[in-house]
Write a protein that binds this ligand. Structure first.
Ligand SMILES: Cc1cc2nc3c(=O)[nH]c(=O)nc-3n(C[C@H](O)[C@H](O)[C@H](O)COP(=O)(O)OP(=O)(O)OC[C@H]3O[C@@H](n4cnc5c(N)ncnc54)[C@H](O)[C@@H]3O)c2cc1C
Length: 296
């Protein structure tokens, strides 16, 4: 597969990158690691006149922790950097695990977490955890900067809330409570060389032994990564119990709208996502209980 003729520019500032994109209009695209973009260009699915690569824009490759403990992952931070970050692995192990579960070592050394979000695949492995954590993206446009909750970012398969000339500069997740646990479970038919057929993230926060906050987000079973509040509500305000986890997972499966494709049938996805949600909730609870024990 050959790449079509394109103009490829490596601006050295964010302002220049936004300006170039805005001037190119529909013909311009952003490139981070290129692991999705170049495949689509070779297949003819995306035919840009101009590719604006972010590799030379300083500061975008940082993982930073604010004084309050919020975590910021920059637009050119590679999946491998997130998977291998010791503080993320300690404080938010499921975020590091989701990055480590994405693709193969070669892809993780090129591809980025933010690129995974901007590509807006319903199955994007890094989206469910970051949504469960109520993350947001910082978006730089030609003349302004805006913050957008991830919950409003995904608009459909391959579609985001980004407008012409806008670049996501980072994804930020707020600090979680000390007695919290997060988990991500996914299944793909051919291991890591293929994207997930389905995935589920769960966040559980405990207060005095009661689930005070629960989030469930599914991947690969709807047009966008799908938060399922009705599944979380089964557990919120209750003492954790196995039968409630089973009931929450059943609600998650009932809420999804999977399709059949080369990776799996809709029926199989619906079955698997119930199992994955159950396992994610059980692990998130286990982690929350361990963290609660450490905090007291
Ligand atoms: C063999 C293979 C296996 C894979 N396996 C998996 C898998 O298991 N799980 C999974 O989730 N994905 C998988 N992928 C998909 C891909 O590797 C990931 O989605 C990766 O994280 C994309 O990051 P990137 O930096 O390479 O994005 P790019 O390819 O550079 O960009 C992807 C899209 O996002 C846009 N974009 C990128 N960065 C920005 C930005 N900062 N602001 C605005 N728009 C932006 C681009 O214009 C493009 O449309 C796989 C891909 C391949 C080729």
């Amino acid at each position: 597969m050959m790449l079509p003729h394109i103009e490829y520019l490596l601006p050295e500032t964010l302002e220049e990158a936004c300006r170039l994109l805005a001037e190119a209009g529909d013909g311009g695209v952003v490139m981070a690691g290129g692991t999705d973009l170049l495949v689509k260009m070779k297949a003819g699915g995306v035919v840009p006149r101009l590719v604006v690569a972010l590799g030379r824009v300083p500061g975008l490759d940082r993982i930073a922790f604010s004084e309050q403990g919020d975590v910021s992952i920059g637009a050119t931070t590679r999946l491998a950097d997130v998977a291998g970050n010791e503080r993320i692995a300690y404080e938010l192990p499921a975020v590091a695990e989701a990055a480590a579960d994405t693709a193969t070592p070669q892809i993780r050394n090129m591809g980025t977490v933010v690129g995974n979000l901007c590509n807006a695949a319903p199955s994007a492995d890094n989206a469910p955890c970051l949504l469960a954590l109520e993350g947001s993206v910082s978006i730089q446009g030609p003349s302004s900067l805006r913050e957008l909750p991830l919950a409003e970012f995904f608009k459909g398969p391959g579609l985001t809330a980004l407008s012409c000339g806008e670049i996501v500069t980072r994804v930020v997740v707020p600090k979680v409570g000390r007695a919290s646990g997060l988990s991500y479970r996914s299944l793909s038919a051919r291991g890591r060389v293929d994207i997930a057929a389905a995935g589920a993230a769960a966040l559980v926060e405990l207060a005095d032994g009661v689930c005070c906050k629960v989030r469930v987000v599914l991947g690969g079973v709807a047009p966008v990564p799908l938060p399922v509040p009705e599944a979380a509500q089964v557990l919120e305000g209750t003492e954790p119990a196995a039968d409630r986890i089973v009931a929450a997972a059943a609600r998650a499966a009932a809420a999804c709208t999977p399709i059949s494709d080369v990776r799996a049938s809709a029926e199989y996805r619906r079955h698997v996502v119930e199992v994955l949600t159950r396992r994610a909730l059980a692990q998130a609870l286990e982690r929350a209980q361990a963290n609660a024990g450490r905090a007291s």
